[in-house]
Each structure stands twice: as structure tokens, then as C-alpha cells.
Write a protein that binds this ligand. Sequence first.
Ligand SMILES: *Cc1c(COP(=O)(O)O)cnc(C)c1O
Length: 401
Amino acid sequence: MTKNALLKITKDFGSPVYVYDAEIITAQYKRLTKAFDKVKQLKINYAVKALSNISILKLFNTLGSGIDTVSIQEVQLGLKAGFKAEDIIFTPNGVSLEEIEEVSKLGVQINIDNLSVLEQFGTKHPTIPVCIRINPHVMAGGNTNISVGHIDSKFGISIHQIPLLLRIVENTNMTINGIHMHTGSDILDIDVFLYASEILFETAKNFKNLDFIDFGSGFKVPYKVDDIETNIEELGEKLSKRFNEFCKDYGKELTLAFEPGKFLVSEAGVFLVKVNVVKQTTSTVFAQVDSGFNHLIRPMLYGSQHEILNISNPKGRERFYSVVGYICETDTFANNRRISEINQGDILCFKNAGAYCYSMASNYNSRYRPAEVLIHKDKAHLIRKRETFDDIISNQIEISL
Ligand SMILES: *Cc1c(COP(=O)(O)O)cnc(C)c1O
């Protein structure tokens, strides 16, 4: 995505706009499958919640990926995008038994992370195989907002509850066909991941009818200049070897599954905004853009740092800016950041805007959600229209007062 191509996109489709590059998504998918090419049966299930546009899902379908879903609506989107039910896994948390049953009726693989639900589901539908989500209590990364492995986490069935789990499986006579873990985003240390995997292998030995082991995700991608990223190649080499050994001991060739979101789409996306105004206060120069946390909430929600480039003036002298939005609430994108000189009307480019950006956007301040564009084979395709006033008002009901 060259600067000129991006500037042209803002001319053709307006701003703010999310832009995704199909080539980068494809390269990341291939990089991951290559890292695990020593495993006989590998299944990548793209985590829909990271970026759920139907054209992105169709791209993953053409790559041979499956999908990981967390709501029945994501399942419906996946089916509409052309995925077969058997290429979808449903990994919800805290949803009703009815929703799980409805998804199961569609032929989708169910992943249960709660003993009470497991017992109810197994009692009613003992012939439907289910996967169970285990919490190995291993912390991934340091940010507790995105770490779901701690002892009091709402995710997964604790490894300390395995005896009870086994009793439920025995009493209901249900079949467990998969074991799963997802310890949260941001794996910093491969050894920690491998350690958690050992706990999963140990748990897996309790079940005789497994078809797959799902290692979740949490692969880290670099956001800032000296951020570390998960060394996928090293993880691939070490985990594949261990997985193949396990299959030999287990006596069956199992499928190794992953469900990455961020790794596959984060770096493939940029967010383009226009500078409405430059405002100088006593100590700070603010660049105020035609967006806010209604369109990109990660910096305010997680303290995430998205690199910001001024693509209208890339060679300009660098100055310090706070880049903020137009929402009537603090919506800081970046504090005291070195960016080449910004003028009113310039286009700023936020990097790593593929994952958890558009999918978390809202209409706060009654603003329209942005357009989305996919660059595919050198052509920019509009894959979501910018909202209009009709979208803001369509579900509202005016009563006579
Ligand atoms: C969100 C989520 C993922 C994807 O996590 P990334 O950090 O985006 O790779 C995978 N599995 C489950 C169950 C999730 O909830």
C-alpha cells in the first residue's frame, strides 16, 4: 500500500476509511501454515471477531481457512460467506444454552467452557461430540485486560476441575472430540506457551475419542518500532515436534488447530483520517482528526500504541503532536508523538488497524461508522459503505409526546 494509493483511496471513498491489503493477509496465513508444515493435519480457524467483514471472510475461505466464532451472528456471517458448517468452531463464553443448541443444529463444532452448560448439553444431546475449553492458568503477556488465563478468569474450565469434568462426561455418556485453550492475546514467551501446551496434552490423555487439539491464539504482532513479535517459526518447530510425539503416544493422528485473529489481519489494515484542525495550547500541539474512539477504541481501551504517519507530508520536519479525535470526551490516539509536520487537511495513516478496530466501532456521538476498502489484486474495492443518517435513525422509534 503506497502513500499515493492510500491518498487516492481517501479521494475516491472519503475519510475516515479503513483499508485492508489482501496480499498481507494471505502472506500471514501462509507464514503460519508453513511454520507448522511438519504437522500432518493442521487447521487454522480465523477468529472472526478481529475483523468480520464478509469480504474478508470470503478471502479466508479461498485460502482454505476455517473460522472461529463467538456468537451465532458470527456463525451466520460465516455461513453466508460460504464456509461449510464443519469448517466453523463456536467458542462462546457466557451465552445461553439455547444459543449453543441453535448453533449445534447448524452442524457447527461446539466448544464448551463451563461445567454447568456441559452437563446440561451432554444430558440433552449425548450423541453430539463437543470440544472443551480448558483454562491451564497460564498467563499470556502482561496486560491483564487481554489475559484470560488467570485463576479467577471467566474463561475456560479450570484444570483443577478435571475430576468433575470427567464425572460429567461419564454420567452423560457424551463424546469429547476436542480439547482447547486460549490464554489471551500477546504471547511474549514461547516457553510459556509450550508450558501451557503440556498441560493441554496432559488433559488430553483423559479422553479417548479426540479428533483435534486447539491451541487457541494470542500471537503477538509488533505495534511499536521495537515491539517483539511471536516467533512463529520457532513456535512451529517446537510445538510441531511435541505434537507429533503426542499423537504417536495417543495412537491417532490428531488435527492441530489454531484460531488467530490479530496475527492474520492486524498488520494488513490501516486507518486513514483527515486532520480537521491543528490546535496549539500552552504546552501541547493537538492534531484533531475526523474520527475518535467511536472508530478506533484500542488506544483508550487497552493503551495500545498505533504508529501514525502523515502521508500528506511524509518528508516534513518532525514535530511533537498529540493526535486526538472529535468526540466530546477524551479520545487520545497518541500523546506527544513525533510526526512529520501536520497541516489542516492532511491525511494521517494509523498502522496495525486490521484487528479489533472496525469491529469495535460504534455510533457514539451519533457519528457514522467509516467505510472499509479491500485492496485485492491491485484494485481497491469498497467492501462496506460509510454509514448515512438513515443508519443512525433506522431502529429508533419516535413516539408522539
Ligand atoms: C479473540 C479470540 C481469539 C483471537 O485472538 P487474537 O489475539 O486476535 O489472535 C482466538 N480464540 C478465542 C476463543 C478468542 O476469543
